[in-house]
Design a protein around this ligand. Structure first.
Ligand SMILES: [Zn+2]
Ligand SMILES: [Zn+2]
Length: 370
């Protein structure tokens, strides 16, 4: 589906102020909130669309990228919107609090759990994967192994020693945030006693020393589609670090680095093959065996072929990642003048020169002294 213009999604003008954008998003969020539209896929899509628009337009850096380069500019920087509704609640918990009071929405008792500790999405991870030229061209399946944080198996991420429980923080009454009034102003800040967790650990888990996470070695099989190139990021949803307090896990991004081919020069989905020809082959024409990606192909070189001549094999290139079909294979011929000659070659070339002088149609030999 074509992405709609973010300003259009929120029905605001291109010059809308941050307050106007916030108020427009508040309206949309109220209208399409999942708690009010249970099971309505269309509303959920609208909620996601509005949230993505707000995410971009409320951030001056993302907004200016979008204004200049549109959706393509943002996806070029790795922005991919929200994967699901929970993703939105996790990222926008503070804005929803501002809109509706504590919790995820105006209609439910709150998506954050009772103790007040908020669900946090796990961090995204990046893995750099080097692949062979052929793997990039034909696709491949690769196993990768990496270390990542996991919820501590002993305390299941609760940070407390099994059997003991955490108690709600007294400073913030379990909300994780405290409100301070100064005259007319009321400022909400993260609770300094529990660092926003809302709970205090009495007896920390020994295995993870109260961190709630330990490290694990993870092996994953990655499908590399045909036609990829260096710099492409494959997103593996939910394979990043675990979320805290029942928040969703982050994503894993596999960044591809493709080794260069010894034979071909790659330009997007096109390939270039340099093929040397000696002057006699070029002048007389010949047939040559050329190695394409899949097989050997016989290519006819016409008589009188010039240096730089390009023969194109349509569809002989790499699978196009976006779009259908394959790129082309361009064979570029380079004339090579022999540096060493045998006696016989020399005699023949001298004879060639003599005859050429007699039939000097193009005037090559006018200026030549013998
Ligand atoms: Zn633990
Ligand atoms: Zn607290």
């Amino acid at each position: 589906m074509e992405k709609r213009d973010y300003y259009e999604v929120l029905s605001v003008s291109k010059s809308a102020s941050i307050e106007e954008i916030k108020s427009a998003y508040r309206k949309s969020a109220l209208k399409y909130h999942p708690d009010r539209n249970s099971g309505n896929k269309d509303a959920e899509e609208k909620f996601k669309e509005a949230s993505e628009a707000y995410e971009v337009l409320s951030n001056s850096e993302k907004r200016s990228t979008y204004d200049r380069f549109g959706h393509a500019g943002l996806s070029g920087q790795g922005f991919h919107g929200f994967s699901d509704v929970n993703d939105i609640f996790t990222n926008f918990s503070s804005i929803f609090e501002e809109f509706f009071g504590f919790g995820g929405g105006p209609f439910s008792a709150g998506r954050s759990n009772r103790s007040g500790s908020r669900a946090r999405r796990g961090a995204d991870l990046q893995y750099d994967l080097q692949i062979e030229f052929e793997e990039a061209v034909f696709g491949a399946e690769r196993e990768i192994e990496f270390e990542r944080a996991m919820l501590c198996p002993t305390c299941k991420g609760t940070k407390s020693k099994p059997g003991s429980s955490s108690t709600p923080c007294k400073t913030c009454a379990g909300f994780g945030q405290i409100r301070q009034s100064q005259g007319f102003f009321s400022i909400q800040t993260t609770c300094p006693s529990c660092y926003g967790e809302g709970t205090v650990i009495k007896d920390p888990c020994k295995e993870c020393r109260g961190r709630g996470i330990t490290m694990e070695k993870k092996t994953l099989s990655i499908k590399v589609p045909p036609g990829v190139d260096t710099g492409l990021r494959l997103r593996v949803s939910g394979e990043g670090e675990p979320g805290m307090n029942n928040g969703p896990a982050g994503d894993l991004y596999v960044v591809l680095h493709v080794k260069e081919s010894e034979e071909y020069i790659r330009e997007g989905s096109d390939l270039i093959l340099l093929q040397q020809l000696n002057i006699a082959q070029a002048a007389l024409g010949c047939q040559l065996k050329i190695k394409t990606l899949e097989k050997e192909e016989i290519v006819k070189i016409p008589p009188g072929t010039q240096h730089g001549y390009i023969h194109t094999i349509r569809g002989g290139g790499v699978q196009k990642l976006k779009g259908i079909g394959r790129g082309d294979l361009h064979i570029r011929f380079e004339l090579v003048v022999p540096k060493k000659l045998t006696k016989e070659q020399k005699d023949l070339l001298e004879r060639f020169l003599e005859i050429s002088r007699e039939n000097d149609d193009q005037g090559f030999f006018k200026k030549m002294f013998f």
